[in-house]
Structures are given as structure tokens and as C-alpha cells.
Write a protein that binds this ligand. Structure first.
Ligand SMILES: [Zn+2]
Ligand SMILES: [Zn+2]
Length: 149
């Protein structure tokens, strides 16, 4: 099992992830836009057990809109989005890490799809599947999660 260190741009927030991510996706939902201050989020999804955050004291957590209950954290010092904990009943606990947190981008899988594409601010110039609407985006998320990317 390989492990990787994730670091924010100022270096105050650091944690490690181990093993392969479950999936990577580009999410255009309005909460991701707001949280990332960007047209969409590029996030890598792990089981929470794969993620080790030794010190959460530099992270400011905020819950945007339950449900689903996603606890999103930014670095207190540089305000960069650093981690998102996804905790839903009857689901494995998941953690989403922005792709920008990884030092070695080549180690990441390609994104599986665009999610909530109907909320996009800019059109995507790629061949990835584009999932529109809450239901289709959620179904695609769980499909990639269970059956791989
Ligand atoms: Zn989103
Ligand atoms: Zn920082």
C-alpha cells in the first residue's frame, strides 16, 4: 500500500492518504463552486479509514447544507479547501480530498465523470461522461464507488 502526503499551499495543513482512491470526479454543484471558489471541484474520494489527519487544529470546518451531511474544511491560514468528510447513514464513511492537495498529480486516476453538469459555469472540453441532475449524479457517484472507475 502506498501512502501519499497531502499538503495545502501554505503547508500548515498536512495529512496522509493510503491505498487507491475509490474515484475522482469533477463536481459542478453550487456548493462545490462556493466552497472551492471555482467553477467546479476536482476531488478524489477515499474511504475515511484510508485518510489519517493527525492534527485538525489548522482546519476550519463548515457544514453547508444538510443532507447529505458533508463537513467541509479549509485551511485556517491560506483558506484553501483541504478536506471534506461525507457521513451518510447506511453508507461507508467517505472523505474527499481536492486534487490540488496532491504533490504528485500523475499518481491520481483520471476523473470518472462530471457531476451536476447542468449547474456548470463553463463547458468542459473533454470526453468524460457528463451527469446532469441530482438523481443521475448521485446514481453515477454510487456506481463508480461500488463498481470502480
Ligand atoms: Zn459538488
Ligand atoms: Zn494552508
Amino acid at each position: 500500500m502506498t501512502s501519499q502526503t497531502c499538503t495545502c499551499q501554505c503547508g500548515q495543513t498536512q495529512f496522509t492518504v493510503s491505498g487507491q482512491p475509490k474515484l475522482r470526479m469533477l463536481c459542478h454543484c453550487t456548493i462545490c463552486q462556493q466552497f472551492n471558489q471555482a467553477p467546479f471541484a476536482d476531488v478524489v474520494v477515499f474511504k475515511t479509514a484510508q485518510v489519517s489527519v493527525p492534527d485538525k487544529s489548522s482546519i476550519d470546518f463548515k457544514t453547508y447544507k444538510p443532507p447529505p451531511n458533508v463537513n467541509r474544511g479549509v485551511c485556517q491560514h491560506c483558506q484553501q479547501p483541504v478536506i471534506e468528510f461525507f457521513d451518510m447513514p447506511l453508507m461507508p464513511k467517505l472523505t474527499m480530498v481536492p486534487a490540488a492537495m496532491f504533490a504528485v498529480q500523475q499518481s491520481l486516476p483520471k476523473p470518472s465523470a462530471h457531476m451536476f453538469y447542468e449547474k456548470r459555469l463553463t463547458d468542459a472540453d473533454d470526453q468524460l461522461p457528463k451527469k446532469q441532475g441530482f438523481l443521475r449524479s448521485q446514481l453515477a457517484f454510487f456506481k463508480y464507488l461500488w463498481f470502480g472507475h
